[in-house]
Design a protein around this ligand. Structure first.
Ligand code: F3S
Length: 386
């Protein structure tokens, strides 16, 4: 790999031993994927925010970075907190390293936004920006909806890129890997974006799909993308005539698509739990909810009481905004718990066999004991919709 003089100097230790290690890690990462050079990044987003025992080595490396006084060289945000104080198990057994981890993230200059939906306020990329983000849902939104360019980086690689300010140029940073390889036809009467995302992840795996035109809202794109990036390794999708690189279908698709897949209403419906009323708990917000989302769903709870524990997991910034709305108090009156945590981490360890219903394809994929329901199914399970 050809390095610029500044990068060469960092590698040789001109900025200290730990910076040299971070640069060596980034260079080796690039070499493994055939990158010819490193490019400067506009921002970073880190996924390692769970203070769990297996993160001992990760925490040790952060401590070394902080010990040498290293700071991130670009604005860098982080994923949600894990619900470390929700119950006895989380507090005393699972997330015992939460405090030291957060202190170290702060010491290296990371923005304490604590959300996977960093792209709405805390860390907003522009079209064409090169980034080094982790967190599959955020990576996918940045690539697909904002037209920025990032690979799906791992925990620690994300830190090394932010500390050095560089990432290897390969994969989704290059034009040739941003073309669509599959065309997705929709034969759907009632859109259910997270279910569509979940099914596409399974079918597309790690290819780039272009979905036939549908006027998805920003919230639907967020929730569809989060599901697709979990059930598959999809880091980039296009929607014909909607997402910024696919305004003209020819610009992302060379000629006719070699593969066309069709998703039907029946496919979407088959994902749903047949009897939503058996749920013991309902969880909204994976990826975390924005204020607009909480306002839209929250309307359905006005003047009602939930039948089962119901959670809204929200972006901290967006929750602050939501608190300024009259609806916030009405939601609490309805019995909803509002949290800033990642529901996957918060509810992975739980006592008893609680049956969780969620409109998130990502939780369906990762959370043991979770079932999928459309938003209406979840509202029925909460007892606020007939
Ligand atoms: Fe975000 Fe946690 Fe879901 S990081 S996408 S809320 S699993």
């Amino acid at each position: 790999m050809k390095l610029e003089p500044e990068q060469e100097g960092m590698l040789k230790g001109e900025n200290g031993r730990i910076m040299a290690k971070a640069m060596e890690t980034v260079v080796k990462y690039g070499e493994a994927f055939g990158a010819k050079k490193l490019v400067p990044i506009k921002s970073g987003h880190l996924a390692g925010t769970f203070g769990i025992g297996p993160y001992g080595a990760y925490i040790h490396i952060l401590r070394q970075m902080a010990g040498e006084g290293l700071k991130v060289r670009v604005p860098t945000t982080v994923n949600p907190r894990p619900g470390y104080d929700l119950n006895f198990l989380n507090r005393h057994i699972v997330f015992t390293k939460q405090k030291p981890l957060e202190e170290l993230l702060s010491a290296i200059g990371v923005t304490p936004n604590y959300s996977c939906v960093c792209y709405e306020k805390a860390n907003v990329p522009s079209f064409g920006d090169r980034l080094a983000w982790a967190e599959s849902s955020a990576v996918q939104f940045a690539n697909s909806v904002l037209g920025a360019r990032t690979n799906r980086n791992s925990i620690l690689m994300d830190v090394c890129c932010s500390i050095t300010g560089f990432t290897p140029e390969f994969g989704y940073l290059l034009d040739e890997h941003r073309h669509a390889q599959m065309f997705v036809r929709l034969n759907i009467k009632k859109m259910d974006a997270p279910a569509l995302g979940y099914l596409l992840g399974k079918k597309v795996v790690d290819k780039v799909p272009i979905i036939e035109h549908y006027p998805f809202s920003r919230i639907e794109l967020k929730n569809m993308g989060g599901s697709m990036a979990a059930s598959g390794g999809v880091a980039l999708f296009h929607v014909e005539g909607l997402t910024p690189e696919a305004l003209d279908i020819k610009s992302v698709l060379d000629g006719f698509p070699k593969v066309t897949i069709t998703v039907t209403q029946e496919d979407l419906d088959n994902l749903r739990l047949r009897k939503p009323e058996i749920a013991d708990m309902v969880v909204f917000g994976c990826p975390q909810m924005t204020c607009a989302e909480a306002l839209a769903i929250g309307e359905k709870f006005k003047g009602k009481k939930v039948r089962v524990p119901t959670w809204f997991c929200m972006v901290p910034d967006e929750l602050r905004e939501f608190k300024g709305h009259e609806l916030y108090g009405r939601i609490l009156d309805a019995g909803i718990t509002i949290s800033e945590y990642c529901p996957l981490a918060a509810f992975s360890m739980r006592l008893g066999n609680k049956h969780i219903l969620t409109p998130s394809g990502k939780l369906l994929y990762y959370l043991k004991g979770a079932d999928y329901g459309t938003e209406d199914d979840c509202l029925k399970a909460c007892g606020v919709m007939a």
